[in-house]
Design a protein around this ligand. Structure first.
Ligand code: ADP
Ligand code: MG
Ligand code: MG
Length: 194
């Protein structure tokens, strides 16, 4: 069972990390994209902070749904609708189900990302972070080190989805920015004890 208070703590930590890593994430995106991923996510983080301060949440669905709506409307770029779909699908998965398992919740999020973005594993996107993380959560084996390892593993991949795919071979050797921001999502999840 995932308590709404714990999920709120997770989101608060995620917001904090996105703001702290704004420059870093945009630097990653400068190498293989248009240099705005950190700014996009930080804009979303600031808006989310304001939104979550407006009321006390007493259920997971409302919390995750509001988060998704803010992501869609404020992050922009490719990542906004993708993170938005992830949180909105997680909200649906949490509906009427206090017992929802974390792996099932995250799987619903990943399904949302893939439904919208059509990326498979190995295309150098955030999907390459979500897939192995969910597998580890299922097996109760996720650690901060593993989250970082999966981010690093996007380096040798040649991008075939998103803006980085325009670079072809030149996308090789760089971390995918969206995988890195998803890494922050999962490290804060561990830290919050979700
Ligand atoms: P934009 O590329 O529009 O500037 P961002 O820079 O905010 O948007 O986000 C880029 C990130 O979005 C990439 O690093 C990648 O992880 C993710 N991304 C892009 N396209 C897809 C897709 N089709 N499926 C999953 N993730 C994607
Ligand atoms: Mg970008
Ligand atoms: Mg952009």
């Amino acid at each position: 069972m995932i308590k709404v208070e714990t999920a709120k703590k997770w989101l608060d930590l995620f917001i904090e990390q996105l703001l702290e890593n704004k420059v870093y994430l945009s630097e990653l995106d400068t190498a293989i994209g248009d240099g705005d991923h950190g700014n996009n996510m930080a804009r979303g983080a600031t808006a989310l902070k304001e939104k979550l301060a407006e009321k006390e949440y007493d259920n997971l669905t409302d919390l995750l749904k509001d988060t998704g709506m803010v992501m869609v409307s404020k992050v922009g770029g490719a990542s906004g609708p993708l993170y938005g779909s992830a949180f909105i699908e997680m909200a649906k998965a949490a509906k009427n189900d206090e017992q929802v398992a974390l792996a099932d919740l995250l799987q619903a999020g990943l399904d949302g990302i893939q439904k919208r973005g059509k990326a498979a594993q190995g295309e150098k996107t955030m999907v390459d972070e979500w897939i192995p993380v969910i597998e580890d959560v299922q097996n109760n084996q996720l650690t901060t080190e593993k989250v970082d390892e999966y981010v690093e593993k996007t380096k040798p991949i040649k991008a075939t989805k998103g803006r980085a795919s325009y670079l072809g071979e030149r996308s090789i050797g760089h971390i995918d920015p969206g995988a890195a921001s998803s890494g922050l999502l999962f490290k804060t999840m561990l830290k919050a004890g979700v």
